[in-house]
Design a protein around this ligand. Structure first.
Ligand SMILES: *[C@@H]1O[C@H](CO)[C@@H](O)[C@H](O)[C@H]1NC(C)=O
Ligand SMILES: *[C@@H]1O[C@H](CO)[C@@H](O)[C@H](O)[C@H]1NC(C)=O
Ligand SMILES: *[C@@H]1O[C@H](CO)[C@@H](O)[C@H](O)[C@H]1NC(C)=O
Length: 233
């Protein structure tokens, strides 16, 4: 009897980390608008040192979620620094740390030039580690950004940088561009100004094969208000 109980306890203990790891049910793929992210926050004007700023949406993160609970910092698996400048550069192309200046071939290995990726890996990537180990997490996220060009999507609704579209037109344009699925929008509102578009999220099944509606309980779209927003050029 004791033996069986002991084995059961052992089995539960063994399965526990597995359960925690596999509790993600969907993914939110978040891309950011550099002008929105960098220029709208007067509280922190020196937020971005990247010059010139990219003029396309860049990756913020891929966020594994659970329909009932926000997941973060799921395991202790550490981040592996990229050692090769070409690898660094390839990742930087779509997933740049806008807060940092561009490093050189001589100093790109300084930890600060990978701290953004390290942060995203630890905070979000570890929550889907059972399906996407680190290298896969980064490569699959970059593939998603190649497939989902937000500027092109917005252009289908005649929405361009330097304009003041309504939240609902941005929402419905992206909705149609991703075959009728609800996106997540995020805005930041500087004091006494119009909300500025900062991020657009697209949600996927855990396998990344199918787009789904972003779960309404976690939508940040309310941060954009209900009227016009600023899509800064
Ligand atoms: C959501 O995550 C929690 C915490 O990890 C887990 O207990 C729960 O089973 C997950 N929900 C589902 C439906 O898997
Ligand atoms: C996860 O870690 C980050 C960075 O240390 C921290 O800002 C965040 O609050 C943590 N989240 C949770 C849910 O513990
Ligand atoms: C976004 O579009 C969806 C689909 O039409 C709609 O259900 C939702 O209410 C819209 N949200 C906003 C803020 O316009």
């Amino acid at each position: 009897m004791m033996g069986i109980v002991f084995k059961l306890v052992l089995l539960i203990l063994m399965l526990c980390p597995l359960t925690i790891n596999s509790s993600f049910q969907y993914l939110t793929f978040v891309q950011q608008w550099p002008r929105g992210y960098c220029t709208v926050n007067p509280a922190n004007p020196s937020r971005c040192q990247r010059i010139p700023l990219p003029t396309v949406f860049t990756i913020h993160d891929l966020w594994p979620g659970n329909f009932t609970k926000i997941l973060q910092n799921c395991t202790k698996t550490s981040y592996t620094q990229l050692q090769n400048f070409q690898d660094w550069n390839n990742r930087n192309l779509r997933w740049p740390d806008l807060a940092k200046p561009l490093p050189t071939m001589q100093n790109f290995q300084e930890p600060r030039f990978q701290s953004f990726w390290k942060h995203e890996w630890k905070k979000h990537g570890t929550c889907s580690e059972n399906m996407y180990p680190e290298a896969t997490y980064f490569s699959r996220t970059i593939q998603l950004s190649q497939r989902h060009n937000i500027l092109n999507y917005l252009a289908t609704g005649n929405i361009y940088p330097g304009s003041n579209p309504t939240v609902s037109s941005v929402n419905s344009t992206i909705y149609r561009a991703i075959s009728n699925h609800v996106p997540d929008l995020m805005c930041v509102t500087p004091p006494r100004q119009t909300p500025a578009l900062v991020e657009i999220g697209i949600c996927f099944t855990a396998t990344m094969t199918t787009i789904i509606d972003c779960p309404s309980q976690f939508l940040l779209t309310g941060s954009c208000g209900i009227g016009t927003i600023n899509f800064p050029a």
